[in-house]
Design a protein around this ligand. Structure first.
Ligand code: FES
Length: 135
């Protein structure tokens, strides 16, 4: 089956933004995709409740790379609350869509952000579950 990817997906896949890790990150999230077993790691730097830097690393496919790249762009400079509201649907829309069989890949970024925020709150001595939900 041939897939058609949007130009934006191809751009973020070929030139992913915010790849790497952050030394002394304030929150680190790691999640696995239940559908394909691929892994995503997300690093956050937080100041005054604002995400000042974010980086990711993934063993995921091209769609996972593109969605994470876009997701990190969308949450950089935003408050934690705003970042938690980012859905995989919004990320896909920002990329002009994904083929239906690749939708599950976009969930990795959303879950990795939640996992990293959860870790951030835990490090602050705050129970993350009422805020972030179960990760
Ligand atoms: Fe695993 Fe896309 S196939 S993240």
């Amino acid at each position: 089956m041939a897939f058609t990817y949007s130009e934006k997906v191809m751009d973020h896949f070929a030139n992913p933004r915010n790849v790497g890790e952050i030394e002394n990150a304030d929150g680190i999230g790691e999640v696995g995709n239940s559908k394909c077993g691929d892994i995503m790691k997300m690093y956050l730097k937080v100041e005054d409740n604002t995400i000042t830097d974010v980086k990711f690393k993934t063993f995921g496919c091209g769609a996972a790379i593109a969605t994470s790249s876009m997701a990190t762009e969308l949450i950089k400079g935003k408050t934690i609350d705003e970042a938690l509201k980012l859905t995989n649907k919004a990320v896909m829309e920002a990329l002009d869509g994904l083929p239906p069989v690749k939708v599950h890949c976009s969930v990795l970024a959303e879950e990795a952000i939640k996992s990293a925020v959860s870790d951030y709150y835990t490090r602050q001595g705050i129970d993350p579950e009422p805020i972030v939900g179960k990760v």
